[in-house]
Design a protein around this ligand. Structure first.
Ligand code: ACO
Length: 326
């Protein structure tokens, strides 16, 4: 008998305020047509003044725990993927722990920008498989609006706020159940630090002493995203010895509809098997995959027993993928 990690519940939260492309037309020299054509985004949610990343993470986490039907005292690790913590320290994870009354346990943030949720999920899976934890709260939460230069039209039209969460629980698994068994089947993580200046912030605690603003060489990042995501989905297929038509759902990071379509094409997957939220959510960085996952679970598209492929690429560069039977 081995151990597998199953996604026993999902939850998410989007702030009330919606910023449309028409709103952005009044703020910078842009157009609804340009934003939709280049990115696929129509509107996005923006956190209220004073609403922090942990405020959003806590709501998403509570909803995931309700869906998983578990109580706070059953959780024995908390991992939050975020690039926009409330403060430089402490971690968002300890805010979540305190607010939800979760007993003493490891609680920490991981920082891999838009790939953050893949890094957090893979780390949680490793905790469970190694016996370090049995029930892990895994969250992706971002207030990207707080690091955006709202006068920079090349970035302000893309990013947004929100949070998503899953509860990952240990399950005894038969050694020979293979791909049919429920749970996380394979995790794949990469980084290439040579891309660190192509997508970054202008500041930080130990260089400027302030958080700075997000800057991005969009065209360059786009090329790397298509390349790395194509490579990593190929690796997932090869490692698990599966054909793309065995995958029920692709739940990609939502950075750009053209990047999503290119990965779906590489997998020969029709777009009706791809969960797309970018039109309504924008790019919520580490929150985008758990937000999309929760939406598709709650509206009944993703069902128990189905094979789900998640993938993301972000600043660093970092990229990653997780294959799981839901
Ligand atoms: N409105 C109107 N025009 C604009 C806007 C705007 N909001 N922004 C840029 N433009 C102009 C540019 O100035 C440029 O004009 P020029 O030709 O006169 O110089 C023209 O539009 C084309 O700009 P490009 O940057 O070449 O446009 P592109 O087709 O590459 O699309 C985009 C830009 C959407 C940013 C795309 O490159 C992209 O999605 N990149 C990848 C983003 C990504 O995947 N990031 C990773 C995750 S994010 C993270 O980790 C935090």
């Amino acid at each position: 008998m081995g151990v597998k990690s199953i996604i026993s519940g999902t939850g998410s939260y989007l702030p009330e305020k919606i910023l449309t492309n028409a709103d952005l037309e009044k703020m910078v020299d842009t157009s609804d047509e340009w934003i939709i054509q280049r990115s696929g985004i129509k509107e996005r949610h923006i956190a209220a003044d004073g609403q922090t990343t942990s405020d959003m993470a806590i709501i998403a986490a509570r909803r995931a725990m309700e869906a998983a039907n578990i109580s706070a005292d059953q959780i024995n690790a908390i991992i939050v993927a975020t690039t926009t913590p409330d403060k430089t320290f402490p971690a968002v994870a300890v805010h979540v722990q305190s607010a939800l009354g979760i007993p003493h346990c490891p609680a920490f943030d991981v920082q891999a920008v838009c790939s953050g949720f893949m890094y957090a999920l893979a780390t949680a899976d490793a905790y469970i498989k190694s016996g370090m934890a049995s029930t892990v709260l895994v969250i992706g939460a971002e207030k990207m609006s707080s690091i955006i230069d709202w006068s920079d039209r090349t970035t302000c039209v893309l990013f947004a706020d929100g949070a998503g969460a899953v509860v990952l629980e240990a399950r005894d698994a038969k050694d020979d159940e293979g791909l049919e068994g429920q749970g996380v089947l394979s995790t794949h993580l990469y980084a290439n630090g040579d891309g660190k200046d192509l997508l970054c912030t202008t500041g930080g605690p130990s260089c400027t002493g302030d958080v700075g603003f997000l800057t991005m060489q969009g065209k360059e990042v786009f090329k790397f995203a298509v390349k790395y995501l194509s490579e990593i989905v190929g690796e997932v297929l090869a490692k698990n010895r599966i054909h793309p038509d065995q995958i029920d759902w692709l739940v990609p990071h939502q950075a750009n509809i053209r990047i999503i379509e290119s990965t779906a094409k590489k997998l020969d997957m029709p777009m009706d098997k791809v969960v797309v939220t970018i039109d309504r959510h924008g790019n919520t960085s580490a929150a985008s995959i758990p937000l999309a996952l929760d939406e598709a679970v709650r509206d009944g598209r993703i069902k128990r027993g189905q094979l789900v492929l998640m993938e993301a690429m972000g600043g660093g560069f970092t990229w990653g993928a997780v294959l799981a039977r839901f």
